[in-house]
Design a protein around this ligand. Structure first.
Ligand SMILES: *[C@@H]1O[C@H](CO)[C@@H](O)[C@H](O)[C@H]1NC(C)=O
Ligand SMILES: *[C@@H]1O[C@H](CO)[C@@H](O)[C@H](O)[C@H]1NC(C)=O
Ligand SMILES: *[C@@H]1O[C@H](CO)[C@@H](O)[C@H](O)[C@H]1NC(C)=O
Length: 417
């Protein structure tokens, strides 16, 4: 009888015959990665349809260092089936980075692919016989008065500040201690990184691979282009030269290092000062510098010795390579949404995902080894800045996590790569 009643219901096997085009239309209506993953889990045919990439990539995930994720726009935790991804130290596109003593491992939680990079202890110096000026005579001396890789190479605090997979053969990383870092390079599977041993370490804030070239930005907003060549004997990539393409007008009031801070003004008699972060992100074919000012309450002698973070404010600048300058822009575009983060930043089309455009999504994602300020709230979350109104809002109030030291490494993860 039951079979009789169900006569018009087609057996599930026919659902698997969903034409690819139709599957593409369905997937297009599912901007969240979590929904697409459920779609793909229905049967092998649907999984294959989801892999066809007939649709734009889903919205980014927010990765938390305890191995949990949020799949935007949903406010509940998302977990990948099987193994955990806790303890990553950086993220790049769709990759999580796990630096270990025996190598640096990149894991893609979407595809389960892995890439092995050399351990941070395995660095080839250029020149190979470089020593700091206090060491033996007769070697290539780094006699400069500034900090070089040779001054920080033995630090226990050495860590990856930023990692970029530029191309299948080129990985670049900012590696350093606190505010000081150097650019290291390798190709996947290589035995060592390569570094220019006598170059000055800088307060690099971010790096981007833009139109086939590697760019780095310093805390004082100089944009540098990194010229890459290959080692003649091994073919491994190496930095051949770092040139400045934009010299910023130094505004040291905004310097991130609070040992030199300036209290800039008073609001209701509370001294406030901005702490700055800068991000590089490509949007609509342009390279943007996103300057984030976090207005902090300065320490008040006798009241508090702590610097407490407050509201974030954003300014966006476009690189004008021809005239070697940053041009301030008042909008990031009505159809653009920027996701910025210390680990990874991207621009996405707003309308494609039903988002409101001209906004910047950001996190309280501080560096693990830099503490510029404290927070007075126990929890943190992701926020959005409206470029037009100059306002911060919390578009996903359910996304919230406890503000612990290790959670500073929260990162955007982009499924498309
Ligand atoms: C770091 O550089 C010093 C010279 O300043 C050198 O003696 C030492 O071996 C280097 N350590 C590593 C791990 O490369
Ligand atoms: C990069 O290096 C190559 C080869 O060393 C050189 O021909 C080229 O001019 C360099 N470019 C810049 C911008 O320095
Ligand atoms: C803080 O985050 C935890 C999860 O880490 C959550 O359970 C709690 O509700 C949050 N508290 C607030 C006030 O949002």
């Amino acid at each position: 009888m039951a079979a009789e009643n169900n006569r018009h219901w087609k057996p599930p096997s026919s659902w698997s015959a969903l034409p690819l085009e139709l599957a593409g239309l369905v997937l297009r209506l599912l901007p969240a990665y979590a929904d697409r993953a459920r779609f793909a889990a229905v049967c092998p045919q649907w999984r294959a349809a989801a892999r066809q990439k007939l649709t734009p990539p889903p919205l980014p995930l927010l990765a938390l260092p305890d191995g949990t994720f949020y799949s935007l726009p949903y406010g509940e935790l998302f977990r990948f089936p099987g193994c955990g991804f806790a303890g990553y130290k950086s993220a790049c596109g769709s990759w999580l980075v796990f630096p270990r003593d025996d190598g640096c491992f990149l894991v893609n939680p979407f595809s389960r692919a892995t890439v092995t990079l050399p351990a941070l202890s395995s660095v080839r110096l250029r020149p190979p016989n470089a020593v700091t000026k206090w060491s033996d005579v007769g070697k290539a001396k780094c006699a400069e008065p500034f900090c070089t890789w040779m001054h920080i190479n033995d630090s226990e605090e050495l860590h990856i500040i930023k990692l970029l997979l530029c191309s299948p053969n080129l990985v670049a990383a900012l590696v350093g201690v606190e505010y000081t870092s150097q650019i290291l390079m390798c190709q996947p599977g290589a035995l060592s990184w390569s570094v220019r041993a006598c170059d000055e370490c800088k307060d690099f804030e971010d790096m981007a691979f833009y139109q086939g070239k590697l760019y780095a930005i310093t805390d004082d907003e100089d944009l540098l282009v990194v010229n890459v060549s290959s080692d003649q004997s091994t073919g491994d990539p190496q930095v051949s030269r770092v040139g400045r393409v934009i010299k910023a007008k130094g505004d040291h009031c905004y310097k991130g290092d609070l040992s030199v801070y300036h209290v800039v003004c008073r609001e209701n008699s509370v001294p406030v000062m901005p702490v700055k972060k800068v991000y590089l992100v490509e949007s609509c074919g342009a390279l943007l510098m996103v300057r984030r000012k976090i207005w902090c309450q300065a320490p008040r002698p006798g009241v508090t010795s702590k610097i407490v973070a407050g509201k974030s404010e954003f300014e966006v600048f476009k690189a004008d390579f021809e005239h070697s300058r940053w041009i301030k822009v008042s909008t990031v575009g009505d159809d653009q949404v920027l996701f910025v983060g210390r680990r990874c930043s991207r621009a996405l089309s707003a309308s494609r995902y039903g988002l409101l455009g001209n906004r910047i999504f950001f996190l309280d994602d501080d560096d693990e080894h830099r503490v510029d300020y404290f927070y007075d709230k126990e929890n943190t979350s992701c926020s959005s800045y409206d470029m037009r109104l100059g306002d911060v809002s919390s578009p996903h109030p359910m996304i919230s996590w406890k503000r612990r030291k290790e959670m500073r490494l929260a990162a955007w993860l982009f499924p498309q790569d």
